[in-house]
Ligand binder design. Structure first.
Ligand SMILES: Cc1ncc(COP(=O)(O)O)c(C=O)c1O
Length: 405
């Protein structure tokens, strides 16, 4: 029998992402396709590049989209920057640091790792020590690690990397748009992101930006594919180890040459362009402040419900908070009741935090007062039924008092 047409249940997604997409993004994504080289399409590509320069706060010409989820952006960055045998330093403070290490290893890098307990971040001294010890070509680090809800400060690391002649790559999938990020001012060479968190879109497109120094590294191994290659085009003896994620070729597709590579994912580009338009229209500083405001209101309400928060709060991301699951309260039962009785999704955790911490997001389209109050009101009911003592109205009341201030 033919399955029914798609009609997803109504959900309020208040976990660590994905979150509900902004309806503007969904409307943009329902627009009809145009051809790959239609002037309208290449015009949209150029506009998207300009918009993401504003989002990443950079003047980098090489600012574009990699087709695929955030992980595609990470792979494209690392496989294009790393030559087998290169030394790479990966400071790990959560699940996604482990992902960077894993990808760097698959790229053939000699990977050096330092680790921090989940919920904390590195000091500048620790990072400098590791750079001096490893003498890497590249430092690859997550900005905000969703798995732990904390963000590594990067401004000083950027200075350190510049001083030691090291390239700096960072994964801003979970932080961009909701937390201050200043690519040029901080001296970050390459950053990648995704749409499904503070950018208010679906997963499936990975914005990326590369400094001129990073572009030089990438282009040093450029190899134009047979079939489109003409006399004089670069052919490398050691080409980038992935064709799909070969940024030297992808840059030629997005640049004035418009050299054919993949067929740009048109509908995703419409969505990514609208995500950036929304942020730029709001103003990046205003968007960060909106995430700070509603994120803090959520924390205030959760504390008033008698919950305790996880991790170093001085470096907590604006858009996601971890709360300890109270003793005697069932993780899956609470999340199940939130979802099935009220249509609200909150997140579980991975690795050492699995079964110990819930993660609650206020990000992108869902960083709003009504979503915060609805989630707190619901959580109170569910926690009470699960046996956690709560004072009636305490969470919503505390959040309203906070907003009142
Ligand atoms: C910090 C971070 N990096 C990478 C990813 C992977 O993103 P994706 O699932 O879009 O590939 C995520 C997903 O949650 C993330 O939070």
């Amino acid at each position: 029998m033919l399955p029914t047409s798609i009609d997803p249940p109504a959900r309020l997604l208040m976990g660590p992402g994905p979150i509900n997409a902004d309806p503007r993004v969904l409307r943009a994504m329902s627009s009809q396709l145009v051809g790959q080289y239609d002037p309208a399409m290449t015009g949209y590509m150029n506009e998207t590049m300009a918009l993401y320069r504003e989002v990443f706060r950079t003047a980098n010409e090489a600012t574009l989209l990699v087709d695929g989820t955030s992980r595609a952006g990470i792979e494209a960055a690392l496989v294009s920057l790393i030559e087998p045998g290169d030394r790479v330093l990966v400071p790990i403070f959560g699940r996604f640091g482990h992902l960077l290490r894993e990808i760097a290893e698959r790229c053939g890098a000699e990977v050096h790792v330092i680790e921090r307990e989940w919920g904390s971040v590195f000091t500048t001294a620790e990072l400098e020590r590791a750079i001096l010890d490893a003498q890497p070509k590249l430092v690859a680090i997550v900005h905000g690690d969703t798995s732990t809800t904390v963000a590594q400060p990067l401004a000083e690391l950027g200075q350190l990397c510049a001083r030691h002649g090291v390239l700096l790559y960072t994964d801003t999938t979970a932080s961009l748009g909701g937390n201050t990020f200043e690519l040029d001012a901080w001296g970050v060479d390459v950053a990648t992101a995704g749409l499904q968190k503070c950018l208010a879109g679906p997963s499936g497109s990975a914005p990326i930006t590369l400094s001129p120094a990073a572009v030089e590294v990438v282009n040093s191994r450029k190899s134009v594919e047979a079939g489109i290659r003409v006399t004089g085009d670069a052919v490398s003896a050691e080409p980038i180890r992935s064709n799909y994620f070969d940024l030297s070729q992808i840059l030629d597709y997005w640049g004035p040459k418009r050299l054919n590579h993949h067929t740009e994912a048109t509908t995703m580009l419409y969505g990514a362009r609208e995500c950036a338009r929304i942020l730029v229209e709001e103003g990046l500083a205003n968007a960060v402040e909106r995430h700070r405001l509603h994120g803090t209101a959520m924390v205030t309400g959760l504390l008033a419900l008698g919950l305790t928060v996880f991790g170093d709060q001085s470096v907590r991301m604006n858009n996601v908070v971890g709360v300890h699951i109270p003793d005697g309260v069932g993780d899956a039962a609470v999340r199940g009741a939130m979802l099935h009785d009220y249509g609200i999704e909150i997140g579980t955790s991975f690795g050492p935090l699995a079964g110990r911490v819930w993660r609650i997001g206020t990000m992108g389209y869902n960083a709003r007062r009504d979503t915060v109050l609805t989630t707190l009101a619901t959580f109170e009911q569910v926690l009470r039924r699960a046996g956690h003592p709560v004072t009636a109205g305490s969470g919503v009341g505390a959040a309203l008092d906070f907003y009142g201030e």
